[in-house]
Design a protein around this ligand. Sequence first.
Ligand code: ZN
Length: 293
Amino acid sequence: MRIFDPHIHMTSRTTDDYEAMYAAGVRALVEPSFWLGQPRTSPASFFDYFDALLGWEPFRAAQHGIAHHCALALNPKEANDPRCTPVLDALPRYLVKDSAVAVGEIGYDSMTPAEDTALAAQLQLAADHGLPALVHTPHRDKLAGLHRTLDVLRESALPPDRVLLDHLNETTVKPAADSGCWLGFSVYPDTKMDEDRVVAVLKTHGLARTLVNSAADWGRSDPLKTRRVGDAMLAAGFADADVDQVLWRNPVEFYGLSGRLRLAVPPPQAPGDPRGVGGPPLHEGNSILRGGE
Ligand SMILES: [Zn+2]
């Protein structure tokens, strides 16, 4: 089973997670920009984070045989903090980078006017840069949040077939599907959608334009939830080709809209078997290899 996790925050995950993900079939992922838990106090904090998503984390993922891409944005929660919003002016110089395959995650947290402004501005940035957008739908007031998101989308320059609406559930999937956007389901260990509920939705709504992600981060989450959905699909009678469509071909097609996916990564390195000639590869002078020279 080959797996592309279209939404996972590897910054907050360990090397063990990378190894377990590779063993489960994960070969590619997209890491969207998000809130760090601790509020940022200046745009400079975003710049270091964006650089890590563009440089360090792809380097780390590649050592475990996984192709890493990112989505860059001012996240919905920090769109409300005037110390952070100037990052919007700097985003264009990051959105031209090769491994930035979308603008995201954007959308609503508390549905404030500041969030309206940031969402509209970043949909325009996506349109200007020829990138698709990953749009987070709020965890509270889900249906109202979705409708407000769709209103802003309709007024934007970005067509719905370049938008992935994420964190959908049974109450939001129908209007989301009717909008023409791509559909994302985040699968969590004990809240929101679980794998059986996702499989039930797939049976009802079909597989077209549908993606499944772990959205794993610092909270209670599981980076192997994509694999567990694949297994649940097979147990429910879906074919291998159906699983491949949801877990690989659909995310490849969506993020492929950027023209920037690079999916070929060599298999992981064995300990003591550093890649490259003349010693282990370095990222800005740093190696995370252990057990080698
Ligand atoms: Zn997220």
